[in-house]
Design a protein around this ligand. Structure first.
Ligand code: NAP
Length: 238
């Protein structure tokens, strides 16, 4: 138990998760890694790998948000940048993939729509929605919250020492695990890049190079090339 009383998994708590389960081609266990990923960093990747291992997941699908509903006050990098950084970061892991469902759906991104869209693509599979544990206490206020529990088990990834308020969350549908590498944060990576402090080894090398190529997070850096997807959108009149 964490200080707040929310169950953080210890090895013995994982017995049910790690027990042999009837994974087969028809009923796979799929992690749905939802996040803004502005930018994706090694904390996210370690967290996804850890949850994949502990829950015996066949695949983890990273789903960068389109327009996050609670981020109207801060400027989020265009979705196409965040999507491509996520593709670069996950390319070498055979169990990782990236979905465009959230960035291609118009309007604000709600997790209920993410899970419904993925359910249409994977009608027989079991979903484990993975996200930051900080986000979990807000879930009860999310759109169609009561239906979320039917569509997925929720896994909150916690930074070491963070306590999570569990009020009202169904304990059988929510698990919190601590991942030490989550000490890395996207906010910190953006700030480091803004003030010119190295971000090497906090994010994958290819993502560092992509950030530099497009001048992300650094107001003084001129991008060498135009925004990905912009030419295509202009041709389509969007
Ligand atoms: P956020 O508020 O930016 O992140 C909160 C915390 O969780 C941050 O510490 C963040 O660290 C961490 N985090 C976020 N995604 C993570 C992940 N996949 N794995 C590990 N840590 C993660 O959260 P957000 O990115 O906007 O939203 C997270 C997910 O919840 C998205 O899929 C979003 O669509 C969904 N959401 C849904 C609703 C709704 O349906 N109404 C509302 C809010 C969020 P970093 O900053 O380092 O990533």
């Amino acid at each position: 138990m964490s200080a707040s009383g929310f169950p953080v998994t210890a090895e013995h708590d994982l017995a049910w998760i790690e027990a042999p389960h009837p994974n087969d081609e028809l009923h796979r266990r799929i992690g749905v890694m939802g996040g803004t990923f502005d930018p994706i960093h090694h904390g996210h990747l370690v967290a996804a790998s850890e949850v994949q291992h502990r829950f015996g997941l066949d695949e983890v699908i990273f789903v960068p948000t389109g327009e996050p509903p609670y981020k109207q006050e801060r400027e989020v990098s265009p979705a196409e940048y965040r999507y491509l950084m996520t593709v670069i970061a996950t390319a070498s892991n055979a169990r990782f993939s990236v979905s465009r469902v959230d960035i291609d759906r118009p309007g604000l991104t709600y997790t209920i729509d993410t899970l419904r869209d993925l359910r249409e693509i994977y009608p027989d599979d079991e979903f484990f929605f993975i996200t930051g544990a900080d986000v979990l206490p807000q879930i009860l206020d999310w759109k169609d919250a009561s239906e979320l529990w039917e569509l997925a088990h929720f896994v909150g990834v916690s930074r070491p020492g963070h306590s999570i308020a569990s009020n009202g969350l169904p304990p059988d549908r929510v698990t919190v695990i601590e991942v030490p590498a989550m000490a890395i944060s996207s906010t910190d990576v953006r700030e480091r890049e803004r003030i010119g402090v190295p971000i090497w080894y906090l994010v994958p090398d290819g993502v560092v190079q992509y950030i530099r190529k497009y001048g992300l997070y650094s107001p003084s850096r001129i991008p060498r090339v135009s925004q990905p997807g912009r030419a295509a959108r202009q041709r389509q009149g969007r």
